[in-house]
Design a protein around this ligand. Sequence first.
Ligand code: NDP
Length: 246
Amino acid sequence: MFDYQAPQQLLQERIILVTGAGDGIGRAAAFSFAAKGATVILLGRTLSKLEDTYDAIETAGYPQPAIYPLNLESAAQAEYAGLAQILGREFGQLHGLLHNAALLGQRTPLGNYDPAMWNQVMQVNVNASFMLTQELLPLLTIPVDASVLFTSSGVGRVGKAYWGAYGVSKFATEGLAQILAQELEKTSNIRVNVINPGATQTRMRVKAYPGEDPCCNPAAADIMPLYLYLMGPDSIGTNGQSLDAQ
Ligand code: NDP
C-alpha cells in the first residue's frame, strides 16, 4: 500500500469534486477527503447513492458536502458549463477534482464488442472527463494550488485481451492526463496525476472477476493514502505521474 499518513487538517477549507461518489472507491474517497476537512461535491448518476454518501459524511460530523446528480453518459458540454457556473457562484474556486466514475462495459473479444457499448464506455470514461475538466479549469486556477486526479487501471498501461473499450479508455485517460499535466506545468498552479487503484473490493471488481473471492482484495477505504497524498498540498511538485495506490 502507498505509504502516507495524512495530517488531520490536510484538506481543510478545500473544495473538492468527486465523480462516481455514490459507490465503491469514489464513495471512500469522498468520505476520506471530508474526514480531512474538505467540502466535497458528490457527483454521480444515482441520487439515492449520493444521498447515502452525504449522510455518512454528515453523521460523522465532517464539513457539509453538496450533491450534484449528473449522468456522465448523456451530459452535454452545456451541462458541464452549468455545473461550473453553479460551483463558481457557490464556492468561487475549486481545489481538487477526482475523475473516478467509470463504466466497465463488456469483457469480450474486440471482434464481438457491441459498438453502442463501446461508445457508452468511451463517453463516460474519457469524453466526460475531458468536458468536465475543460469547464472546471478556470475554477481550478484560482486557489494557490489545485490537484486534478484521473483514475486508470493496470489494463490502461498494458493491453490485455477481452478488456475492450474499458482498456482503451484507460489508455486514453493516461494520455489525457499526460497532455494536461504538460500543458499546465509551467503555466498554472494545477498538478495533474493518475491513480491506478489496483484490485479493490467494489461492485465493478465483482462484475469484472465474478469467480474471485472478494475477501482477498483491500477495501476501498484501505487504498486512500495515495488519494489523500495527491489531493493535498504535500504533493505539490508532483505532476504528470501515474502512481499505484497499492
Ligand atoms: P464502481 O462500479 O463501484 O463505482 C463506479 C462509480 O461510477 C459509481 O458510483 C457509478 O455510479 C459511477 N458511474 C458509472 N457510470 C456513471 C455515469 N454514467 N454517470 C455518473 N456516474 C457514473 O467502481 P469502482 O469503485 O471499482 O471504480 C472506481 C474507479 O476505479 C473506476 O475508474 C475504475 O475503472 C477504477 N478501477 C477500479 C478497480 C477495482 O478493482 N475496483 C481496479 C482498477 C481501476 P452508480 O453507482 O450510480 O452506478
